[in-house]
Design a protein around this ligand. Structure first.
Ligand code: SAM
Ligand code: SF4
Length: 326
């Protein structure tokens, strides 16, 4: 078991498999984003070796993310390899859904438990604008394919941006009436270098909930008032699915954080919104022993920052979201 100095048990690893993406969402990366060469990124065997190391330290939950994890070559084999590691009990994926119509079945067969699919609006023109060119039909087909393949419960993620999609929260929330999905609304977080709109156009979870309740009536707290991951969960009465709010900016959940993150270039990042990082890939390639790496990981976990510093104006500048993995 790995604990930090605040007594938090850290057992959930988010692995970003690539910084590449087939979309360019306005809140995630700059328009002229350039990607890392493949040689700088963890190779398949390195991903598996590091995951085994974390599993030996008591990590039992892995989320694959990116960039867009489904554009990574051998994604199905990577999932299969991770799911077979002793101690790993949950393997999940966060994806933009574009490639899910063809990948859902093989991913499910390889041991993937479920997916979170990002979809910020149901309006095709707005979707194109938010993703700088994406086709919402691809995502919709992907969501249905994921459900058919048993990658359930499907969770949908929507980042809400003032001036782009704040009115669309109502249509997205309404989906839960007919579908057993969890639709989660996410406050936009700022990362230096991505774009200025992250600070100026953030919509608070309170504002989102107000808009939904004004249109659909009062939401009922669900999940016994407990957080589901980082989301506060509600329900439209008689709906099949849930609605979640992720208020990372206005009401952080740092006290309950159990996470570490591995970037595509093999760097361990202990807080999404702090620049504190420990390079694991360079020592691994230089011949460090597993015992050396294990010590580095335990020390990094021990020194996990208490929480982010957004309230004090501290914005991480060294990477944008797609280079860390959400
Ligand atoms: N490409 C995949 C996707 O879009 O789901 C996985 C990677 S993406 C970086 C992971 C999640 O981070 C997505 O739900 C995305 O909407 C969210 N995200 C990206 N930039 C964000 C930001 N500035 N603030 C909050 N969430 C953000
Ligand atoms: Fe790509 Fe996901 Fe970032 Fe959108 S949020 S640009 S889909 S990595």
């Amino acid at each position: 078991m790995a604990f930090d100095r605040f007594g938090r048990k850290i057992h959930y690893l988010r692995i970003s498999l690539t910084d590449h993406c087939n979309l360019r969402c306005i809140y995630c990366m700059p328009e002229e984003m350039t990607y890392r060469p493949p040689a700088e990124m963890m190779q398949d065997d390195e991903v598996l070796l590091l995951t085994r190391l974390f599993a030996d330290l008591g990590f039992d939950k892995i989320r694959l993310t990116g960039g867009e994890p489904t554009v990574r070559a051998h994604i199905v084999d990577i999932v299969r390899g991770i799911a077979a590691i002793p101690g790993i009990r949950h393997v999940t994926l966060t994806t933009n859904g574009v490639l899910l119509s063809k990948l859902s079945k093989p991913l499910a067969a390889a041991g993937l438990e479920r997916v979170n699919v990002s979809i910020d609006t149901l309006n095709p023109a707005k979707f194109k604008r938010l993703t700088r060119g994406g086709d919402i039909e691809d995502v919709w087909e992907g969501i249905l394919a994921a459900e058919a393949a048993g990658l359930t419960p499907v969770k949908l993620n929507a980042v809400v941006v003032r001036g782009y999609n704040e009115e669309d929260v109502v249509d997205l929330a309404r989906l839960t009436r007919e579908h057993p999905w969890q639709v989660r609304f996410i406050e936009m977080m700022p990362f230096g270098g991505a774009t200025d709109l992250q600070t100026g156009q953030m919509v608070s979870a309170k504002d989102m909930q107000g808009r939904i309740e004004q249109a659909l009536g009062p939401l009922v707290p669900a999940n016994g008032g407990q957080l589901d991951g980082e989301a506060r969960i509600y329900r439209i009465p008689d709906a099949q699915g849930d609605i979640g709010f992720i208020s990372s900016v206005s009401a952080p959940f740092c006290a309950d954080c159990t996470r570490a993150r591995l970037t595509p270039d093999g760097i361990l990042r202990m807080c999404l919104l702090r620049e504190y990082e420990i390079d694991l890939l360079t020592p691994l390639r230089a011949g460090a022993s597993l015992e050396d790496l294990r010590k580095m990981v335990l020390e990094a976990i021990w020194n996990k920052p208490w929480g982010h510093g957004l309230a004090d104006g501290e914005i991480p500048l060294n990477r944008v979201m797609s280079e860390i993995g959400g």
